[in-house]
Design a protein around this ligand. Structure first.
Ligand SMILES: Cc1cc2nc3c(=O)[nH]c(=O)nc-3n(C[C@H](O)[C@H](O)[C@H](O)COP(=O)(O)O)c2cc1C
Length: 218
């Protein structure tokens, strides 16, 4: 085994190693708005759904001392306005989303540079992105600052779904995830993965099922 004392690694080598191991990561394409009404859009792969009751998301936003207030625009805007929209990322829009990660100044609306369409949200001020298969309107709950990282925690309060990816049966919504063609982040820089082609299923057993199946080949 190669063993690494993480505390002794440089920040960049920690980034390279850890982001190559924790894969694939979903990508939140986050839209926010600043106090002057300027829209900001940027991707974040330190991101996941943390629970569904209530529906909680977390995003890890790096600090950036070169920026005004030492924060990336997304972090600054969420701190000020306490609202954001997560637009999920699929193969159709990944190149445009990638473009929005350029360090544009705060007064630049990256969604316009990338040619993405903004639509009004239902319950929050930041707009949602039309080309995304789904948009989660979020309200800020809490921010945990740990060193150079701001873990922003939010609650999903409203959901938009492109109707071609959803059916309604037996009183419930069924999402056609494999048709969405979601994209995941791989490694640290420049790498992505398609997820749809490699979908497979493993049933989760109850404890009793597992005991009854003991001795049977998995
Ligand atoms: C796919 C992808 C994922 C990224 N994930 C993160 C992340 O999780 N945290 C982070 O701080 N920056 C991340 N970045 C970099 C930011 O998107 C980049 O710093 C961007 O300029 C921030 O924009 P803002 O200042 O408008 O908020 C990512 C970039 C890409 C392309």
């Amino acid at each position: 085994m190669t063993e690494i004392d993480v505390a002794k690694m440089t920040s960049s080598s920690r980034y390279a190693v850890l982001t190559s191991l924790v894969v694939p990561r979903p990508i939140a394409f986050v839209t926010t708005i600043n106090e002057d009404g300027v829209v900001n859009a940027a991707p974040f792969s330190y991101f996941n759904l943390m629970g569904n009751d209530p529906p909680v998301v977390a995003i890890g936003i790096g600090k950036d001392e070169s920026r005004k207030y030492g924060l990336k625009d997304t972090g600054y805007n969420i701190q000020k306005t306490r609202e954001f929209v997560i637009n999920m990322v699929n193969e159709d829009i990944i190149e445009k989303v990638n473009l929005t990660a350029i360090d544009f100044p705060p007064e630049v609306d990256e969604s316009e540079i990338a040619g993405l369409t903004k639509l009004p949200s239902a319950k929050v001020k930041p707009p949602r992105i039309k080309e995304s298969a789904s948009n989660f309107e979020c309200r800020h709950l809490s921010t945990i600052e740990i060193g150079n990282v701001r873990v922003v925690i939010g609650e999903i309060i409203y959901l938009h779904l492109d109707e071609q990816y959803v059916t309604f049966q037996d009183g419930d919504h069924h999402i056609l995830t494999e048709l969405i063609l979601p994209v995941g982040r791989m490694h640290g820089k420049d790498f992505y993965t398609r997820s749809a082609a490699s979908l497979f299923r493993i049933a989760r057993q109850s404890y009793n099922e597992w005991k009854n199946n003991l001795g049977k080949k998995i």
